[in-house]
Design a protein around this ligand. Structure first.
Ligand code: IPE
Ligand code: IPE
Ligand code: MG
Length: 242
């Protein structure tokens, strides 16, 4: 059993890393405001944090990483902020595709992409097409994603297939979610001090372990991730059993 000891006494069993970690990347705006900077600056720094954490997850053997990048509700924000976030997504997706091809890893995008610009839609499609053949860590980017929207979309998909109500099963719905084929997250992390789910992975997180921290996303580091994993490793998961 590999034990990792640091000054801060974070003890992680690297032989039992959660298979699937999901993160609500929150706190960019407040991080920038604390520094007297525009919220958009926080998003740029937060995007770098995403890159660091995604690489570290790969390194320590996480098989699936799902990140909440833009919700179905985030369109309520000022146009300038939305445009900045979309620009960053474009930039990071280009880089992520190149990295994924180099490292043999996969990228999937969860969300309703129909309202994105044609360029961004094409990029999302390319990310999936170019990387789906690989077997390494899968990064799922939730973009214009809402848990309720996802469930609605899945139920509609089942109805379109002509499923009779009495035939419909949980497995049918799961097979029509954006996340179809991906195991449910073991650990859901939310930085920024908010203790809520904000429409993230509502179906999939039924039995996930939750970890909340006051650290704002741009300050989230490999050490913070290890703290979350260490906390997870002390949980007793019963799934309704004993
Ligand atoms: C998360 O940071 C990024 C997105 C929601 C796109 P926020 O922008 O929500 O930052 P805070 O929560 O206002 O600090
Ligand atoms: C959740 O954060 C969405 C993302 C991180 C992409 P929000 O900042 O939008 O959530 P609320 O408004 O605090 O619930
Ligand atoms: Mg927020």
């Amino acid at each position: 059993m590999g034990i990792f000891r640091k000054k801060e006494e974070i003890q992680v069993d690297f032989d039992h890393i959660p298979e699937h970690i999901a993160i609500i990347m929150d706190g960019n705006g407040r991080w920038a405001k604390k520094r007297g900077m525009p919220r958009t600056y926080g998003h740029s720094v937060g995007a770098e944090t995403f890159r660091t954490i995604a690489n570290y997850c790969k390194e320590i053997g996480v098989k699936y990483l799902t990140v909440y990048a833009f919700s179905t509700e985030n369109w309520k924000r000022p146009k300038e902020e939305v445009d900045t976030i979309m620009g960053l997504l474009d930039k990071y997706l280009h880089e992520a595709i190149d990295d994924a091809v180099k490292n043999g890893t996969r990228i999937a995008i969860f969300g309703d992409l129909s309202v994105l610009t044609p360029e961004l839609q094409a990029l999302c499609k390319k990310a999936k097409e170019v990387t789906s053949c690989y077997e390494g860590c899968q990064t799922n980017i939730c973009l214009n994603y809402g848990g309720r929207d996802e469930i609605l979309h899945a139920v509609r998909g089942c109805m379109e297939e002509g499923k009779a109500p009495e035939e419909l099963t949980e497995a049918d719905i799961a097979a029509h979610l954006y996340s179809a084929g991906t195991p449910d997250p073991d650990l859901v992390i939310r930085p920024s001090g908010e203790i809520r789910i904000s429409n993230f992975l509502l179906w999939q997180s039924a039995y996930s372990e939750f970890y909340f921290t006051d650290v704002l996303w741009p300050d989230f580091s490999e050490q913070e991730l290890l703290k979350a994993i260490a906390a997870y490793q002390h949980r007793s998961r019963r799934f309704g059993g004993v």
